[in-house]
Design a protein around this ligand. Structure first.
Ligand SMILES: C[S@@+](CC[C@H](N)C(=O)[O-])C[C@H]1O[C@@H](n2cnc3c(N)ncnc32)[C@H](O)[C@@H]1O
Length: 536
């Protein structure tokens, strides 16, 4: 397929699927379209022509292509903080509001293989013990027909349960060999269907996507063309009943695109609510020190204070607040980068490191220099590696780390952004942006970056530690404790001698030991003394 044909296909994918493919995604598009063209016996050019027709077969083919182009990463109880907010506030409020009709409609939009939709059902059953006497319908929809077929089967392997609390699996699933089947009552209220968020009408009475109480659309909007998002937000608004909620992934719906929604910024999530008649749409921030405040510019970029080196590299003070990707807990042993630290490993499908020029031994050398406190020299080696071998996510990140340690935050941010453009799933770069925002006092921005880091790499230990530090600073010991517990669980799954990015001086075991001193459950709120543990 020529470059022109590929660009045309990229354009079609944008129009038909709404997917925003960046330049570095084009090789994936080329591979996927070639694979599909071969499968149905067409030459690549004819395949593109076929896709541009309105034939029903072409419609089905779009489904197949979409399955190859989209990322289906998901698992039960993804994003505990957000779910805690649903359980504590959103679902009880919806249950109260609908007590007379005894009817609830929830939608997991972009549900992938269904874990999110079933998680919603589990949460609801905890909030609403009388669920069986209510008219409850949870819909999961996704662009990919393959994902929807798997969701409808409701049978999952252990990887889907990787961050689920103990007890739930046995309560809501029955074991069949290696697989776990969703219990019948939960399957009966959960329905799956294919759907395209960009093209399909909304509200959609035929699919019962109207008068909804809650729309969960998480980790989907990041794949869409940003220009389409305000329109989609408006259509979500129209599909909700007054008082209904929209919850997206962190920072996925810019507050400026909120349309008629009321926005409440909680520590764990932003909630978009369709105001009830007579209510005014506004923006509120809840849980900030000093109570509820108005905050207009929520997505303003961090303006870091230059000159303050980050407390990293040398002798980090616990609890550390830095990001670490990498370790595959439970089922797979933690990957150890040739550079020497656990973390920074790439997801399958992302760009591999070149073999010539900036080599993996460069990253080992840079990390050693950082450990020794030779930040300037580390920066020079990283820059040389980039010059001779071409840009590479880990080298750009390490150049950023060295710059940050030298107090050159703007330069560090620039390196991180370049790393992310090249490798969007490179968690350390997201995490370092979070640290810089944190040091410059922008907690909202810091939180968004750190959450992004653990989104792209759910086993990213230092991301949890960073978030724990932020919550600790806000006096929220309970949430801080929860994040540290997750970090602890992940650390325990690592080989004791592993070095965890970016704590180059510590082994996983040593880090765990230090962390255990901090993992004391918070006392009941009433007896909480108003002291804060020093976090740095
Ligand atoms: C990373 S998964 C997110 C799954 C789940 N919401 C979660 O957060 O765990 C993203 C899903 O969005 C779906 N998706 C992407 N573009 C879509 C579109 N235009 N319409 C519907 N689904 C879409 C993909 O097929 C994929 O399954």
């Amino acid at each position: 397929m020529s470059d022109e044909e590929l660009q045309y296909l990229q354009l079609l994918v944008g129009r038909r699927l709404g997917l925003f493919l960046r330049t570095h995604d084009l090789s994936r598009l080329r591979r996927a379209s070639q694979e599909r063209a071969t499968r149905i016996g067409l030459k690549p050019v004819a395949y593109v022509q076929f896709l541009s027709t309105l034939l029903p077969e072409a419609e089905r083919e779009w489904q197949e292509l979409a399955s190859l182009l989209t990322i289906h990463e998901t698992y039960f109880f993804r994003d505990q903080g957000q779910l805690a907010l649903l359980r504590r506030q959103v679902l009880p409020e919806l249950v109260r509001a609908r007590a007379q009709q005894r009817r609830l409609r929830l939608w997991s939009a972009g549900c992938s293989t269904g874990e999110e939709a079933y998680t919603l059902g589990i949460l609801l059953s905890e909030v609403l013990p009388e669920l069986s006497r209510w008219d409850v319908r949870i819909v999961g929809s996704d662009l990919s027909s393959r994902a929807v077929a798997l969701a409808s089967q409701g049978s999952y392997g252990s990887w889907s349960f990787r961050l689920m609390e103990a007890g739930y699996q046995e309560r809501y699933f029955t074991r069949h060999g290696d697989a776990w089947q969703v219990v019948d009552w939960l399957r009966a209220i959960t329905h799956f269907q294919t759907g395209n968020l960009v093209l399909d009408p909304l509200p959609n009475p035929a699919l019962q996507l109207e008068e909804l109480d809650l729309i969960l659309c998480r980790n989907v909007l990041i794949y869409l063309d940003r220009a389409l998002i305000p329109d989609l937000a408006q259509r979500f608004f129209a599909a909700l009943r007054p008082g209904g909620y929209l919850v997206t992934g962190h920072a996925e719906l810019p507050v400026e695109s909120r349309g008629g929604f009321s926005v409440t910024v909680h520590a764990d999530s932003v909630l978009f609510r369709r105001p009830a008649p007579g209510e005014e749409a506004g923006i509120r921030r809840v849980g900030a020190p000093g109570g509820v405040t108005q905050r207009p510019g929520l997505t303003a970029a961090a303006a870091p204070a230059e000159g303050r080196p980050l407390p990293t590299g040398k002798a980090p003070v616990l609890p550390p607040r830095l990001p670490t990707p990498g370790a595959r807990p439970r089922t797979t042993p933690a990957p150890r980068e040739p550079g020497g630290a656990v973390g920074g490993s790439r997801r399958p499908g992302t760009r591999p490191a070149p073999t010539a020029g900036g080599t993996e031994s460069d990253s080992l050398r840079i990390r050693t220099l950082l450990r020794l406190g030779s930040h300037r020299e580390a920066l020079v080696v990283a820059q040389d590696g980039i010059r001779t071998g071409g840009p590479r996510g880990d080298l750009l990140y390490l150049a950023g780390r060295a710059s940050a340690n030298l107090g050159e935050h703007r330069q560090a941010q620039e390196y991180c952004r370049q790393a992310i453009v090249l490798e969007p799933y490179y968690a350390p770069a997201h995490g370092l942006l979070g640290e810089i925002a944190d040091v410059s006092g922008d907690r909202v921005e810091a939180r968004a970056h750190l959450r992004r880091a653990i989104y792209v790499q759910p086993e990213f230990i230092a991301g949890y530690l960073g978030l724990a530090g932020l919550h600790e600073d806000e006096g929220d010991r309970e949430r801080a404790h929860r994040h540290r517990e997750t970090a602890r669980r992940l650390l325990r799954a690592l080989p004791p001698g592993a070095v965890v990015e970016p704590y180059y001086e510590l082994t996983a075991q040593r880090l765990l030991e230090q962390l255990e001193q901090f993992c004391v459950p918070p006392p009941p709120v009433a007896s909480l003394p108003h002291t804060r543990v020093a976090t740095r």
